[in-house]
Design a protein around this ligand. Structure first.
Ligand code: ZN
Length: 271
């Protein structure tokens, strides 16, 4: 599933090249998670000003309104002057005079939604409950610790929920908890201030490294120019069940938390 580093790597791979481009036509295929919210033809003539990211949403700022784009479980974008004929899982072609932006999404949990502005109800509904950006200055250890207070759920679940801090997906939550030496099942409310500070630093470190590696490619993620991520080769616990911990040598364990796989070291993450 594309997480924050993959979405940001995708953004960086086409944002500068599509900026300033005028939309000439829009083609929509099978229904995605949410409707576009405007007749596709209405987007023709609009100019793409910039591409921003908020959480796992890409925001294509147009000269009128914006498009919110989510990659869902299996989505990926391509951007090029021309692309091969559409395949079965291509569900959006946004033709601009700078190139063609295409969304491929086999599972169709992704979405492209038009909003009049970021204050429009649909944009507020999608973006309004998102927590602070983990790589922004606004994400500091103290605010993070305060956000964990009163949350009785397991820390990993709280990280994935995205309302304390946004975009720390499954792989990165496992990796950050390992780096901070915190057991993924520990109640978030029980994490002391010093340990929260350690986890805060670990989250930033893991996401920063993942971004530098172009994200993680487990199955078929690639950015808008077809480059795959390499963070999976750096993972210390994720996907390493039974393999020796790089710190203590004991086998990495796997458990399920809310349907998601959690990898951890029972020795390095005692509590
Ligand atoms: Zn260990």
């Amino acid at each position: 599933m594309p997480e924050l580093p993959e979405v940001e790597a995708t953004r960086l791979s086409f944002a500068d090249r599509i900026a300033g481009g005028r939309i000439t036509s829009v083609w929509l295929g099978k229904p995605l998670r949410w409707p576009l919210g405007v007749v596709p033809g209405k987007l023709a003539g609009r100019r793409v000003l910039s591409v921003r990211r908020r959480g796992k949403y890409l925001l294509l700022d147009l000269d009128e309104g914006l498009l919110l784009l989510h990659l869902g479980m299996s989505g990926s974008l391509s951007f090029a002057e021309s692309l091969p004929p559409r395949g079965l899982h291509d569900h959006l072609d946004l033709q601009t005079d700078k190139g063609l932006l295409r969304l491929n999404d086999p599972r169709r949990f992704g979405a492209v939604v038009w909003a009049e502005s970021e204050q429009a109800p649909v944009a507020r509904k999608l973006l309004g409950s998102l927590g602070v950006e983990p790589l922004d200055e606004g994400f500091d250890a103290e605010t993070f610790h305060a956000g964990l207070k009163g949350r009785k759920s397991a820390i990993k679940q709280v990280l994935l929920a995205g309302d304390v801090v946004v975009g720390v997906g499954n792989i990165y939550a496992s990796e950050a908890l390992f780096l901070a030496g915190i057991r993924p099942t520990l109640s978030a409310a029980r994490i002391s201030k010093p340990r929260a500070a350690k986890l805060h630093a670990a989250i930033r470190q893991v996401l920063g490294r993942a971004l530098a590696a172009g994200g993680t490619t487990l199955r078929n993620y690639s950015n808008a120019v077809g480059e795959r991520g390499n963070f999976q080769f750096e993972a210390k616990v994720y996907g390493r069940e039974g393999l020796p911990c790089t710190v203590c040598g004991k086998p990495i364990k796997l458990l399920r938390q809310g349907q998601r796989a959690t990898y951890y070291c029972a020795t390095c993450q005692k509590s």
